[in-house]
Design a protein around this ligand. Structure first.
Ligand code: SF4
Length: 186
C-alpha cells in the first residue's frame, strides 16, 4: 500500500514562489517545509505536486497579490484547467484502494491561491503611480478562509464526491500539519 500526499507546488519547488523579504517568515516556513518533506520521504509517502497557478499565469517576477484580486472568473477558470489532470490522478488512486491511500491535500496557508485555513485579503488594484500606495498595502490582512485555487479544488473534489482532508502549511500550527502525514487528519 502506497501512501500519497497531494501538495502545493512550492512544497517541492520554492523557485515558483514570488520573491519575499520577511526573513523570519521565510525561515519558519522553510523549517516546517523541510520537516514535512523529510518526514514524508522517511515514511515513504509519495507526493503529487499541484500546479502553481500564479507562476503559470504571471511568471517569476510577479508582484504579491491578494485573494480579492484572484477571485475572478478568469483566474478560477485557469485553476480549473490546470487542476483537471490532478483530479484525474486523484480519481485513479481512489479507484484502487488496495494499492493506494490518499492522505490528503497540503496547501500553503496565507497564500491567495493555495491557502487552506488562511489567505491574504485586500481590495488591491490599479496603477501604482500617482498615489501613495502605503495605505493600500497596509490593507492586506491574513484572514480565515481558503485561497482561490484551493476553493476551486474543493469544488472539484465535491463535484466528484471526493472527501479528503485538506490542510495548509502554517508554521504556528506545525503539529496539525504533521498529523496529515499520520492519516490522523481524517
Ligand atoms: S500559488 Fe501556491 S504553489 Fe504557487 S507559490 Fe503560491 S502557494 Fe506556492
Amino acid at each position: 500500500m502506497q501512501q500519497i500526499l497531494i501538495a502545493s507546488h512550492c512544497l517541492l519547488n520554492t523557485a515558483a514562489k514570488l520573491k519575499r523579504f520577511d526573513q523570519e517568515e521565510i525561515e519558519s516556513e522553510e523549517a516546517l517545509r523541510r520537516r514535512v518533506l523529510k518526514e514524508a520521504i522517511d515514511r515513504g509517502v509519495q507526493i503529487v505536486q499541484l500546479p502553481c497557478p500564479e507562476f503559470l499565469l504571471y511568471g517569476s517576477r510577479r508582484w504579491g497579490h491578494t485573494y480579492d484580486q484572484f477571485n475572478n472568473a478568469f483566474f478560477k477558470d485557469k485553476c480549473r484547467e490546470v487542476l483537471t489532470p490532478v483530479l484525474l490522478q486523484i480519481r485513479e488512486y481512489l479507484d484502487n484502494p488496495q494499492e493506494f491511500e490518499l492522505l490528503g491535500v497540503l496547501g500553503i496557508d496565507g497564500s491567495p491561491s493555495c491557502g487552506v485555513k488562511y489567505t491574504c485579503r485586500a481590495m488591491w488594484g490599479g496603477e501604482f503611480s500617482g498615489r501613495d500606495v502605503s495605505p493600500v498595502l497596509a490593507q492586506c490582512k491574513l484572514e480565515e478562509g481558503s485561497g482561490v485555487m484551493m476553493e476551486v479544488l474543493k469544488e472539484m473534489l465535491e463535484e466528484n464526491g471526493i472527501d479528503l482532508p485538506i490542510e495548509g502549511l502554517f508554521a504556528p500550527e506545525a503539529e496539525r500539519i504533521m498529523a496529515l502525514l499520520d492519516g490522523k487528519a481524517k
